[in-house]
Every structure is written in structure tokens, then in C-alpha cells.
Design a protein around this ligand. Structure first.
Ligand code: ATP
Length: 258
């Protein structure tokens, strides 16, 4: 039987569904003396589609690497689903799509998917079903048995997205998921991301495209390694008295309106 003490301790523990999916506290990342991320604090809640928006070199990829545990902060903490990162066992709980595709060119798409499925612990019928579903989402099913070397750049991005989706993770972390993808497919990928979010998947992605940022539930604006503002696209525009996100970004970053 539970002691009174452990009972009250259990009662005070937050339920997993109430924990933020990602919680960053006072993160600092520096390379040598250069501070690339400066005191970043952020919570991403369950089911959110959260966008990290910032110009090239602002620190988006560095932040994504800290969230996923690929890199470690000099100061501060990262929690994912209540666990302190980095933690190897979390690999099965999130899907990650890096900016540069991590694919085996000499293998077919299917062989790549089978390899990643084994890392996620998927096998047998379930694995085959998920491979079909993920490749359908990115419109690549007919190219399943082609070697990746014969894929175009955009097809490789889509295959990388399929790999991130393979194990139906509760969190998706996508670094510039639509770069190099044509507008029609870009739209269909966004449609899919929204469907995933409706089904409860939390999504964190980076972008520097304003019309994609508009589609996010909330945005974190990064500039020179600092989180200059966090809010819904509407809130960011209102608080800066701007009619577009682009203008809001400039105003909130301390720049002058054109
Ligand atoms: N390993 C590293 N060593 C030294 N500097 C680094 C390292 N990784 C990143 N940086 C620097 O950190 C800064 C932020 O880089 P990061 O790749 O996070 O930016 P980004 O916002 O993702 O840019 P982009 O949109 O071009 O991908 C850059 O000035 C980059 O040169």
C-alpha cells in the first residue's frame, strides 16, 4: 500500500498530459567566445504547432539541436515530455527532420525507411503499414523502391519527412521542412502538418518564410541568438502595431519601420 507521504507526493506530481512538451530554461550556447543563443526560455504545450522564425544565422538550427539533444547547452536546461535532455531513450518519442538530409544514398527509399524503423523499434506488419502511410503522406509511394541517389533534392526532403513521421511520434521537430519543395507539394505538406496537429501531435519547426509563419499557432522570433518575442501571429502584429509579420519582426527587433 502507498504510504501517506508517497501518496501526497504522487498527488502533487503533474500528469504527463499537463506537462509542457518542451520546456527550455535560460539556455545559453556559445562557441568559443561567441554567444549563439542567449538566455532562451520557452514552453511549447501539447498539440501546438510552434514556429521558430528568424533570419539566417539567428540560431534556429542551434536551438533545434539543443531541443533534440544532439547538442548540449553551456547553461540552462531542456526538458522534453518531462525528461531532462539529452536522453537517448527519448529518440523513440520524437521525430526529427534535420536541415541536411541524413539518408543513405546507395540504398533505396524503402531500405532507408526499414533502417530507421528498426531504430524506432518498429517491425513486421506494423512497420510495413507505417512505411506505406508515411510515403503516401509525402507523395512518394510510387518511388519507394528507387535508390535515393536517383531522388531529386525535393524528393529527399520529403523522404526525410516520411522518416520523421514513421513511428507516429507525439512530437515532431522539423528544421526548415519545406525548403526546396515546390509550392504545390509545400501546400500538401502543410495540410498534413495541420492534420497531424489536429490529431494531437505537437510540432516545432523552423522557417524564415513569413507565409508559413502565419500558419503556426505561436511563434518565437529569434534574432542574433535572442528570443525577441513569443506569441500568436496576431498577438505579434498587434503588439507591434504592424499589419504584417515581416513588419512586426522588424519593429520587435528594435528596427525602424520602412
Ligand atoms: N559548431 C559551430 N561552431 C561555431 N559556430 C557555430 C556552430 N554552429 C553554429 N554556429 C554559429 O551559430 C550561429 C547560428 O547558426 P544556426 O545554424 O543556428 O542559424 P540558423 O538560424 O539556423 O540559420 P539558417 O537559417 O541559415 O539555417 C551562426 O553564426 C553560426 O555560424
Amino acid at each position: 500500500m502507498m504510504s501517506a507521504l508517497s501518496k501526497s507526493a504522487a498527488a502533487s506530481l503533474p500528469l504527463e498530459q499537463d506537462l509542457p512538451v518542451v520546456a527550455l530554461h535560460s539556455l545559453v550556447r556559445q562557441f568559443g567566445t561567441t554567444i549563439v543563443l542567449d538566455d532562451i526560455t520557452l514552453r511549447v504545450e501539447r498539440g501546438e504547432l510552434f514556429g521558430l522564425l528568424g533570419p539566417s544565422g539567428s540560431g534556429k538550427t542551434t536551438l533545434i539541436k539543443l531541443i533534440t539533444g544532439i547538442d548540449k547547452a553551456n547553461h540552462g536546461t531542456v526538458h522534453m515530455l518531462g525528461e531532462l535532455m539529452p536522453k537517448l531513450s527519448m529518440l523513440q518519442r520524437f521525430g526529427y527532420m534535420a536541415q541536411s538530409d541524413a539518408l543513405y544514398n546507395e540504398l533505396t527509399a524503402k531500405e532507408n525507411l526499414i533502417f530507421f524503423a528498426s531504430l524506432y523499434g518498429l517491425r513486421g506488419q506494423q512497420r510495413n503499414k507505417r512505411i506505406q502511410e508515411a510515403m503516401e503522406i509525402v507523395h512518394l509511394l510510387e518511388h519507394l523502391n528507387k535508390p535515393v541517389a536517383a531522388y531529386s533534392g525535393g524528393m529527399k526532403r520529403r523522404l526525410s519527412l516520411a522518416i520523421a513521421l514513421l513511428h507516429e511520434p507525439e512530437l515532431l521537430v522539423l528544421d526548415e521542412p519545406t525548403v526546396g519543395i515546390d509550392p504545390v507539394l509545400r501546400q500538401s505538406i502543410w495540410k498534413e502538418l495541420k492534420l497531424l496537429r489536429e490529431r494531437g501531435t505537437t510540432i516545432i519547426l523552423t522557417t524564415h518564410v513569413m507565409d508559413e509563419a502565419e500558419k503556426c499557432d505561436r511563434l518565437g522570433l529569434l534574432r542574433d541568438g535572442k528570443m525577441i518575442a513569443i506569441g500568436t501571429p496576431e498577438e505579434l502584429k498587434q503588439s507591434s502595431d504592424s499589419s504584417t509579420l515581416e513588419e512586426a519582426f522588424i519593429v520587435l527587433g528594435g528596427g525602424m519601420r520602412a
